[in-house]
Design a protein. Sequence first.
Length: 168
Amino acid sequence: MPTARNRNRITTRGVAMNAPVYGACQSAKGGRIMFQKRSAIIMSGMVLAFGVGIAVGQNAAPTANKGVNVGAPTFLDLTDEVDSVAGRQLRMRVVSIDPGGVVALHSHNGRPAVAYALQGTLVEHLENGDVREHPQGESWTEDKNTTHWAENKSNQPVKVIAVDVFKP
């Protein structure tokens, strides 16, 4: 009869063996099955961890550009355009001009800008009498010497992306 001291000891064919606390007697075959189950669980865990690692790796930020084309820049040196950037904003707007619409006469003195024709053709009228057409895809600058007005002579809306250094 087992005592408190030897309750987990089982004698089989005269050989004393330690049995697990849950009291099941393990044969050689039972031990293999348990080993296989534990191995399967461990392997499953490793496969899962590996899979999670791959998934996390696929969501990492790219380190190089792919499928990106950058056009030639349109820029304006601001050294002589503004005295200081204090109190100024860098502003970007999409300006839509309806067919027959006009942008009133204005100056860019103290408000330098770059613009890009996103859609349609903008017709620009400079103070000196020059007329310039800015078709879709063209960019241009407007410096402190630019005083102009513009119009849309077409039957389609014109859209211009205008970026300027603005003092509210």
